[in-house]
Design a protein. Structure first.
Length: 398
């Protein structure tokens, strides 16, 4: 038993040190991203078609739709909404948008066909023929953007650092909770919603920035913003081949990168609304993300084992019998973890919620380690109330 206990102590010590090294790498990657300058150009901005698939009308969503209509963009742009049926409640919101912003070209497209497990991609494929511009932007229905969103995203197409043609521009995001999201729930914010938002700003983006630094760029897209050209889309065979994929945003970016195009991570930050999750809702949503990433980036996801520095340091204290040296290691790891949270979450993303919820960081990271381990237990995901079997990134209904 002594040998087993010493083995656990040694393993958790090693993993905590690996996690510390990862935090330092994340800080280095964040600094590199911050030093990347904005692109200035005298070129005439191209026309853009914004494609927004819709299903139902969530509380607070209208503010996000309005934000797309008040863009300080000197080029032409249009917004195309896609719904499975013209009886969808979202259509009324779009009609209201047309009345409130008659100067913006806004259209609704009915998308009755189901081309695969992903209703979102099915809608997008049917919306695509209605787009009039060469440049396309896809983002989720609840995304809230700044007035400079279009200008900054389109500048990304002139931001190539490698000399290759830019095929896709994507953007980081934060998750708004409770009153910050504009939801009808007002100030009601569940602890699970806070932890999801905290994870997005302090764990997800540091991982993206680290991958960007190690791999010399990113080779995937983020669903918060997918800006691409018809040329790049044609090179990968269009949207239809993605209709059965859970992580369609990842697949789109990965396939465009595989065709030799550069994928650019913009410095423009957008926001999404996070509902007032119950524990079950939080767990199902996080597990879907985890299993999606596991299937999309198998080796990279396995390597996450070495990035949970804070949980391993906490477990190391227990395994060592709360030895003094283990508390010294925990203090150093905790300092580095908080530094990542503040520099990325507050410094880069400007997410003030991080300061409010920083005390939840240890619990959130311990749950993340548990979710990582549990994601290997099964291939089932729950998406919009439906159960699917996930295999090699594709969905099959159960």
């Amino acid at each position: 038993m002594d040998a087993v206990a010493r083995g656990i102590e040694d393993v958790t010590t090693l993993l905590a040190v690996c996690g510390l090294a990862y935090y330092l790498m994340a800080l280095w990657s964040a600094r590199s991203f911050e030093r990347s300058g904005k692109i200035q150009s005298e070129e005439a901005p191209p026309g853009v078609s914004i494609l927004k698939p819709m299903k139902g009308l969530d509380p607070g969503i209208y503010a996000g739709l309005v934000s797309h209509c008040i863009q300080s963009y000197s080029g032409e742009y249009e917004i195309i909404f896609g719904v499975g049926s013209l009886q969808d409640p979202a259509v009324a919101a779009v009609h209201q948008l047309q009345q409130d912003f008659p100067q913006v070209k806004i259209r609704v497209v009915e998308c009755p066909l189901r081309l695969g497990a992903s209703g979102k991609v099915s809608n997008l494929a049917q919306m695509l023929p209605h787009a009039t511009h060469r440049h396309l932007i896809v983002n989720d229905s609840d995304i809230l953007v700044s007035p400079h969103y279009l200008a900054n995203i389109m500048a990304g197409f002139r931001a190539s650092a490698s000399g290759r043609k830019v095929g896709l521009v994507t953007a980081p995001y934060i998750g708004h909770t409770g009153a910050a999201s504009g939801s009808a729930a007002g100030s009601r914010v569940s602890i699970w919603s806070k932890m999801e938002a905290l994870g997005i700003s302090t764990d997800f983006l540091p991982g993206v920035l680290t991958a960007r630094k190690i791999e010399g760029g990113i080779r995937f897209g983020l669903g918060s913003t997918l800006a691409f050209t018809h040329e790049a889309l044609s090179a990968i065979g269009g949207l239809e081949p993605l209709a059965d994929y859970l992580a369609d945003d990842y697949e789109l970016g990965a396939r465009i990168a595989a065709e030799g195009y550069e994928v650019v991570l913009s410095r423009e930050v957008v926001a999404t609304s996070i509902p007032a999750y119950s524990l079950r809702g939080f767990w199902e949503h996080q597990l879907r993300w985890a299993r999606s990433t596991r299937d999309s980036r198998k080796l990279g996801y396995l390597g996450l084992l070495f990035t949970f520095g804070l949980p391993w340091a906490i477990l190391n204290c227990v395994a060592s019998g709360f030895a003094l040296w283990s508390f010294s290691l925990l203090s150093v790891v905790l300092f580095a973890r908080v530094a990542v949270a503040l520099i990325v979450g507050v410094g880069i993303l400007r997410d003030e919620q991080v300061l409010r919820d920083l005390w939840l960081l240890p619990l959130r990271d311990l749950l993340a380690l548990l979710l990582w381990a549990w994601s290997y237990a099964d291939d089932t995901v729950i998406w919009r109330g439906e159960r699917f079997h996930l295999r090699n990134g594709k969905l099959a209904r159960l």
